[in-house]
Each structure stands twice: as C-alpha cells, then as structure tokens.
Design a protein. Structure first.
Length: 273
C-alpha cells in the first residue's frame, strides 16, 4: 500500500526541462558593422591621463594631456610629475609634429614617428580609435566569430591593406571592445563605464603589451570628455617666424625601443623606479 502513494507522487513530478538549442551566432560581418556604427557615435575625446611604463629600464610614471578626434587627429603632451612638459606630439593624420627640448620636428604621420613619443609604434588612426575605446572597424574584413569561455565574442579580422590578421574580444550585450590582438601588440580596455553623452561603455584604462619587447604600458584616463568640439589648430604646430622645423625621417628610421630617446627622456623627467 505504501508503493501506490510513491508512484502517484512520481507520476505528478514535472518532466525534466527540454534544453533549447543554443541561438546561432550572428554573421561576423554583422558584428563588425555594429562595431562600426558604435564607433561612429564617438567623435572625439579629451582627457588627463597617467601612464605607467614597464620595460627594460624599470618602471616610469608620467602624466599626460591628450585629445583625439576621428578619423586621425591626435595631440598628446607628456608631463613630468612636477607638471613640466617633456614631449608634445601633434598630428592631423597626414603630418606629425614633435616638440621636445625646445626643438620642433616635422614629418609624415607614420607609426615609427608616433613611436618617438610613445614607446610603441602605432598608426595615427589606430591610435585615435584606441583612445576612443575601439578599433578602426572600416579598415578590416570580418572573417570568423566564436564565443570564448566567458561568453564574449571572439571576432577574427583581416586588415584590408596589409593582410594582417587581428583578433578582437567584444562584449555581446554592450558591443564594448574588451581587447584586441594586433600581432605582437595586445591592447586591453579596462574599467568600463558609462560616460555621457555617448551610449554604451567606455574604457577608463588602456593596457598595451608587447611581450616580445618586454614592454607594458598602462594608461589611466581621468576627467574624460567625449564628443567635445576640438579646434583644428589643436592638431598642428605652427613654427615661429624664422624657425624651420627639422625634418623627421621619411621613410622613417626604425629604432629598437630599448634604445629610443623617448624612454631615456621619460626616465630622466618622469618618476622612475
């Protein structure tokens, strides 16, 4: 008699839930198009920054004042902890000006000339998109899309110009770029938060690593202003009357990062440990 109530209870138990098949992933090109649309919402950024450099010469800390405007205008001023100017780099996307130690130099806006101020070479447009928390989406062709173990999109990209392969990690919900691997260079976007007036999440920390060169740069952004009007004059340096700027090499001379004058100036003017 005890068996009947037990059978009755078991018969009333709901059947195990049937798991729905996983939703199919969107096409890689669709995700890239959505990234491009999100990037177009961000036109400019102005901020104060603190840069920490880890490399062969130890740890160096600097302050920065930066402004960037899509598609390829940027101004970066590095300051010592005592607010003394070290370097000023300005580019309108075509030309690049470098003011250092009272000397003005001018040349093409190449990755190597950018590397005279930053301890890693990067194209001006890629630098602008990095400061705006993304990648230059329209320069890539999307090839693959997967999910990683944390549920983030892993988007495979092909550079249309160079043929180089890039891999970007993207948050599916917010479409925030979490990281990007450009061959030897890895960029991570951290401390994501909402910053008016744009929608979505914006990184307040940018982490750049080049393991083969034992290079690690971390930039913390403060007093962020997005989509602010920036005058064209901000992105060029006019030489005083009678002063002829020294020409930067074209094509540029590639100098190993461990020997660049950039790190030496940072070490002598910054807070080195």
């Amino acid at each position: 008699m005890r068996l009947f109530p037990l059978l009755l209870v078991l018969s009333c138990r709901p059947s195990p839930p049937v798991l729905e098949p996983c939703a199919s992933l969107p096409a890689p090109s669709e995700v890239l198009a959505r990234l491009a649309a999100r990037s177009n919402e961000r036109t400019s950024v102005r901020a104060l920054g603190r840069a920490t450099y880890f490399g062969e010469q130890g740890r160096i800390r600097l302050k920065m004042v930066l402004a960037a405007q899509r598609p390829a205008a940027v101004r970066i001023e590095t300051l010592s902890p005592l607010e003394q100017p070290i370097d000023v780099m300005v580019s309108n996307g075509q030309r690049l000006w470098l003011l250092s130690n009272g000397q003005l130099r001018e040349g093409p806006a190449t990755p190597e000339n950018v590397g005279r101020v930053l301890p890693f070479p990067m194209g001006v447009r890629s630098l602008v998109e990095t400061l705006l928390g993304g990648i230059p989406a329209d320069t890539f062709e999307a090839t693959t899309l997967e999910l990683d173990e944390d549920g983030a999109y892993v988007l495979g990209l092909l550079d249309k110009a160079s043929g180089a392969r890039v891999q970007a990690s993207v948050d599916p919900a917010s479409l925030a770029v979490l990281s990007a691997d450009f061959g030897e260079t890895h960029i991570a976007f951290e401390d994501l938060a909402e910053v008016a007036p744009v929608t979505g999440l914006f990184p307040k920390k940018i982490h750049v690593e080049v393991p083969k060169r034992d290079l690690d740069v971390r930039i913390q952004l403060k007093e962020l202003e997005l989509n602010v009007p920036l005058p064209e004059e901000l992105f060029r340096i006019q030489a005083p009357p009678g002063v002829t700027p020294e020409l930067l090499p074209s094509p540029p001379i590639v100098v190993p990062p461990s020997r660049t004058a950039t790190v030496a100036r940072w070490k002598s003017n910054g807070q080195a440990e």
